[in-house]
Ligand binder design. Structure first.
Ligand code: GDP
Ligand code: MG
Length: 392
């Protein structure tokens, strides 16, 4: 299955919620207002795909090669390495260079028989509320609806056209943050992984380690969540599967000293990447901050430029709460990028749009399930199209 197909299937909960809501909004008024006459449709080339719609979306996406220079200025990014080691190579090969998925979708013919409703304030408000139900947040929902309404007030729109227009705006919002995890020349590249308990840190490390390993990188994992024996075992399973050494310490021992040992080991064996798992208990912020900064301090004894990435892992099922978590973790650590997990099976997928809009932090990958392949690179067009339930 294509990556888009998979994404679309997994985002079904959010997209079908949007779908049903949209149909209801459009249908509602079709019943109230007079039936659409054929002339009405003819005058309304609402989905103006030809010129306006495509250019910005169809532009070649140079994200893959783009360094995150503004986030982490010190280490020089490798310009030759395509840092989408997290992208399943097979799927890419199956899809010849995409001339903008959305662009192609928006080029569809307008369906003259579809139910339509005149775009007015009331409908805008209903659309806004619909987006809010997917946890897109008030501000972002308003931004999306306002943008889609621009120049279309008083015109009749079908649910399909609204979806297309919204997808376009969502993709536009997310474009700037879609950046794969950058790979730096400096090795071992240290990736510190933070986030609340249960957000998916350990799983994400396992998936990333496997994918990096499959891409020929040597990886070392430090099982820094020493509070939970289960977390250590979980990582060991992933490590075994991927052939990646997992450094562990006895339950309850100091994660910083484990991180230091892991750094030493990674340097000794010339590893490309060191991924450090951490505990995510938030009951006591001061404790957590102290623990994270201690880890940072000790690895900086070995490499002052480390950690090169601090990934914040967020659970999509927590909805708008993810925004608070970003704020909190930005205070605790120098967050350089996000991974959002559990987008499969949640109706709250809109939260990712909200995050992109509000923080502008790079989104490196998204988790769509519990298997290795279920961590996929973040593609704004695919995501927007899948979120809105567009068909290719
Ligand atoms: N459905 C789904 N489950 C996930 C995903 N990522 C992690 N999980 C599950 O979420 C639970 C918590 O994950 P874990 O990695 O232990 O979280 P941690 O406490 O942050 O280390 C586990 O049962 C994982 O299998 C995802 O993308 N989709
Ligand atoms: Mg864990």
């Amino acid at each position: 299955m294509s990556l888009f197909g998979k994404l679309k299937n997994r985002l079904l909960k959010t997209s079908s919620k949007l779908d049903e809501g949209l149909e209801a909004i459009v249908k509602d008024a079709t019943q109230e207002t007079a039936p659409v006459s054929p002339q009405d449709e003819a005058v309304l080339p609402v989905v103006d795909t030809s010129d306006e719609a495509t250019p910005d979306l169809a532009e070649p996406q140079s994200d893959a090669a783009e360094p995150v220079a503004d986030q982490t200025p010190e280490p020089a990014p490798l310009e030759t390495v395509t840092p989408i080691t997290i992208a399943p190579v097979v799927d890419d090969a199956a899809q010849p260079s995409k001339p903008g998925l959305l662009g192609r979708m928006l080029g569809r013919k307008v369906n003259p028989t579809a139910a339509r409703r005149v775009l007015d304030d009331e409908m805008l408000e209903e659309l806004e509320e619909l987006l809010i139900t997917t946890d897109m947040g008030v501000d972002t929902s308003m931004r999306v609806t306002a943008a889609m309404a621009e120049g279309r007030f008083g015109k009749k729109l079908s649910a399909q056209e609204i979806k297309d227009l919204m997808a376009r705006e969502i993709a536009r919002i997310m474009e700037p943050v879609a950046k794969p995890l950058p790979i730096y020349q400096k090795t071992p590249q240290v990736v510190l992984v933070v986030g609340v308990n249960g957000s998916g840190k350990t799983t994400t490390i396992g998936k990333l380690a496997s994918q990096f390993r499959a891409a020929g990188k040597s990886v070392v994992i430090a099982a820094g969540d020493t509070f939970r024996a289960a977390a250590v075992e979980q990582l060991q399973v992933w490590g075994e599967r991927a052939g990646v050494p997992v450094l562990t310490a006895p339950e309850g021992s100091d994660p910083a000293s484990l991180a230091f040992d892991a750094m030493t080991e990674a340097q000794n064996i010339g590893a490309d990447l060191l991924m450090i798992d951490t505990a995510g208990r938030l009951q006591n912020r001061a404790d957590l901050m102290e623990e994270l900064s201690k880890i940072v301090r000790v690895i900086q004894k070995k490499d002052p430029s480390a950690p090169h990435n601090t990934l914040l892992v967020l659970d999509a099922t927590t909805g708008q709460n993810a925004l608070n978590q970003v704020e909190v973790f930005q205070k605790l650590a120098d967050v350089t990028g996000l991974v959002m997990t559990k987008l499969d099976g949640t109706a709250k997928g809109g939260v990712l749009v909200s995050l992109a809009d509000k923080f502008g932090l790079p989104i490196h990958a998204i988790g769509m399930g519990e298997q290795i392949d279920d961590l996929v690179p973040f593609d704004p067009e695919d995501f927007a199209a899948a979120l809105m339930g567009l068909e290719e």
